[in-house]
Design a binder for this molecule. Structure first.
Ligand code: PMP
Length: 408
């Protein structure tokens, strides 16, 4: 007998289960709209040309070796990552009240932040982290793993397929004072619906009134609008408004470094005469947490990002690569929308054009999703989310026609 006979069988991760089913499907026109990874117009993974250049620079650098990085990661990478998300003229950077730790991509950053909050955020025992409904499926389990329960605030309004702004605000207003609020910085996953600038300002007001703590998760900077600064607007606004906050930053999507696990966790202290002392204490604790979890972060992805972020020419090329990716995704939104309209598919499909980033929340229900899979070999999550990057000029008509069939 094993001491672990009572361990229950856990369900397989729905998204990765979907990927396996897609892989096993032998139909030649099968379509993968599940995982949020960029694909080119031939449905192939895309190594960004700027990343290829950075890789060849690394391969020819005689000074590189496989020694450990420092506990908090590659310093020139983390400081450039902070400038990228906060803006190089950010008051938090100018006043030295940011600390940054290199993490295992965005997931590791959310986890490190959650762990830090579980240990140090002063809150009543039963206080719950507020996450959007819906949100990235990993959010609740990352928090619960460190002993932080979560509860949801309304986010998506199925009737408009847009933001439930009133529901969101009143939920934040009625939450216990001093709650942690998890916010998607841009390109909300899974809905593709972001607040407008005016709405962000109101959200900031409520968060200030209620003394909540904003925790930004930013996995898609540059993917939402194609513009790195624009996609960082909400975070920069909160920093300018003097909030204390933290940011989980991923380079998986915007540099296409999915498997290399390049990311950062940033903590920003509020402006105060003691801010530098405060941030030093926080940095020291983050280093202890990091040490006990992973000791040192992985080097390869960080070195690539470091080159791209710190070299003007490579950075400019990255911006072009980003607009190529976001431009292709936008063109697929138009193509899908126009085809559905042309087919006279029942329903209003304008949300496909309005939603942004990697995903669209189509409004297809679970039954329709299963039908798409069984009848047309099209794979998407059962909440009706599609990864826009899975569509291309060769399959968008096939997909639109299949959708047309299942909604009639
Ligand atoms: N947050 C959100 C909202 C995401 O969508 C993702 C990627 N699916 C992540 C964080 C983290 O991804 P990674 O760990 O690959 O950077």
């Amino acid at each position: 007998a094993s001491s672990f006979d009572a361990v229950p069988l856990a369900p397989t991760d729905p998204l990765f289960g979907l990927m396996a089913a897609y892989k096993a499907d032998t139909f030649d026109r099968k379509v993968d709209l599940g995982v949020g990874a960029y694909r080119d117009d031939n449905a192939k993974p895309w190594i960004l040309p700027v990343v290829k250049k950075a890789e060849s620079i690394l391969a020819n650098d005689p000074n590189l070796n496989h020694e450990y990085l420092p506990i908090a990661g590659l310093p020139t990478f983390t400081s450039a990552a902070a400038r990228l998300i906060l803006g190089s003229d950010s008051p938090a950077i100018v006043e030295n009240r940011v600390t940054s730790v290199q993490t295992i991509s965005g997931t590791g950053a959310v986890h490190l932040g959650a762990l830090f909050l579980a240990k140090f955020f002063p809150r009543p025992q039963d206080q719950k982290v507020l996450i959007s409904n819906p949100t990235w499926a990993n959010h609740p389990q990352i928090f619960s793993n460190v002993g932080l329960a979560s509860t949801t605030y309304p986010y998506f309004d199925p009737s408009t397929k847009g933001l439930d702004f009133d529901g969101l605000c009143s939920s934040l207003e009625s939450a216990p004072e001093g709650s942690v609020v998890l916010l998607h910085a841009c390109a909300h996953n899974p809905t593709g619906v972001d607040p407008t600038k005016e709405q962000w300002k109101r959200i900031a007001e409520v968060i200030r009134q209620k003394k909540h703590f904003p925790f930004f998760d930013c996995a898609y900077q540059g993917f939402a609008s194609g513009d790195l600064d624009n996609d960082a607007w909400a975070i920069r606004y909160f920093v300018e408004e003097g909030f204390e906050l933290c940011v989980a930053q991923s380079f998986a999507k915007n540099l296409g470094l999915y498997g290399e696990r390049a990311g950062c966790f940033h903590f920003v202290s509020p402006p105060s005469p003691n801010a530098q002392d405060g941030i030093k204490r926080i940095a020291s604790q983050l280093a202890i947490l990091q040490r006990s979890e992973i000791s040192n972060p992985p080097a390869y992805g960080a070195r690539i990002a470091n080159l791209v972020l710190n070299d003007g020419k490579l950075f400019a090329e990255w911006c072009e690569n980003l607009s190529e990716m976001s431009g292709r995704i936008k063109s697929m939104r138009t193509a899908l929308h126009d085809k559905l309209v042309e087919l006279g598919t029942p329903g209003d499909w304008s949300h496909i054009l309005k939603q942004i980033g990697m995903f669209s929340f189509t409004g297809l229900n679970e039954k329709q999703v299963l039908k798409l899979r069984e009848e047309s070999h099209i794979y998407l999550t059962k909440n009706g989310r599609i990864s826009m990057a899975g569509l291309n000029t060769h399959n968008v008509e096939y997909f639109a026609t299949a959708v047309d069939k299942v909604v009639r």
